[in-house]
Design a protein around this ligand. Structure first.
Ligand SMILES: Nc1ncnc2c1ncn2[C@@H]1O[C@H](COP(=O)(O)OP(=O)(O)O)[C@@H](O)[C@H]1O
Ligand SMILES: Cc1ncsc1CCOP(=O)(O)O
Ligand SMILES: [Mg+2]
Length: 262
């Protein structure tokens, strides 16, 4: 991938309105991450307006972390509008393997054809039909063990599938890449995966999907590396991470991205 920085520059020029139907844990973190990155977040989930609002956005993210039936109704309505209007939408299947309720909802949302599915290894394995419960919102599997499942899920759903972890894996079912950017402190701060899903959505606005996902993962991981270099622990990491997202420019991303074809 020649110039991942150009995807960051384009995203910042667009400054997309990203509609997020997300969980209670992630709302504040995700909104601040999107603002620091240069996008414009809106956290809107009421079933009375979610579909209408999705039609106003340049991208939509749907996260099932703290879902309940009214929220699920809003998610399905918003995803239906996004798909109908060719607005990119990203599914974050938090803990989808943990309960029957989540597995059933995850399957319904996949049938609404997300542009991208972003999850950890346990979540992607479960969404692909494997017996992978994970540990709540955390993964108990390695990215490597989920690569074949990611390829199969991409072919089945038509989505670009991103499995994140120590080294991220991205595939559209045919081509694939790995992104080695990141820091071990990142899983110690809640809602960074959720926030990454929002950043992926922001990069997708008016950009080629497979490459935009890869650039978003590299950007997010590079910010993690910079934060990790100065942080004293998870608390200072979160603050340093927002500053790093804001500070990284297109040139720094192209220089710092660690992307390899898979
Ligand atoms: N062990 C690790 N080393 C480096 N980066 C990591 C590690 N684990 C996760 N990340 C990064 O943290 C971010 C969140 O991914 P992840 O923790 O997989 O999502 P989730 O929080 O949904 O489980 C991604 O950018 C990923 O690359
Ligand atoms: C802890 C928790 N519980 C329900 S959603 C959530 C946040 C999960 O965030 P992430 O998937 O980014 O770790
Ligand atoms: Mg997650």
């Amino acid at each position: 991938m020649e110039d991942p920085g150009q995807y960051l520059a384009t995203m910042r020029k667009t400054a997309p309105l990203v509609h997020n139907i997300t969980n209670y844990v992630a709302m504040n973190v995700m909104a601040n991450v999107l603002l620091a990155s240069g996008a414009s977040p809106a956290m809107v989930h009421a079933r009375e307006e979610a579909a209408e609002f999705a039609g106003l956005a340049q991208a939509l993210s749907i996260n099932i972390g703290t879902v309940s039936p009214p929220w699920a109704e809003a998610m399905e309505a918003a995803a239906t509008v996004a798909r109908a209007r060719d607005i990119p939408w990203v599914l974050d299947p938090v803990a989808v393997g943990a309960t029957d309720y989540r597995r059933a909802l995850g399957a319904r949302l996949v049938e609404l054809r997300p542009t991208v599915i972003r999850g950890n290894a346990s979540e992607i394995l479960a969404l692909a039909g494997e017996a992978a419960a994970g540990k709540g919102a955390d993964s108990t599997e390695s990215v490597e063990t989920a690569e074949d499942a990611a390829r199969a899920l991409a072919r089945h759903s038509g989505a670009v599938v991103a499995v994140t972890g120590a080294v991220d894996f991205v595939t559209d079912g045919t081509q694939a890449a790995r992104v080695a950017n990141g820091h071990a402190m990142m899983p110690r701060v809640t809602a960074l995966g959720c926030s990454l899903t929002g950043v992926v959505a922001a990069f997708l606005a008016d950009q080629p999907q497979f490459e935009a996902v890869i650039a978003a993962l590299a950007y997010f991981g590079l910010a993690g590396e910079r934060a990790g270099a100065s942080a004293q622990g998870p608390g200072s990491f979160q603050v340093a991470f927002l500053d790093a997202l804001h500070a990284i420019d297109a040139e720094a991303l192209t220089a710092g991205a660690r992307i390899e074809p898979a």
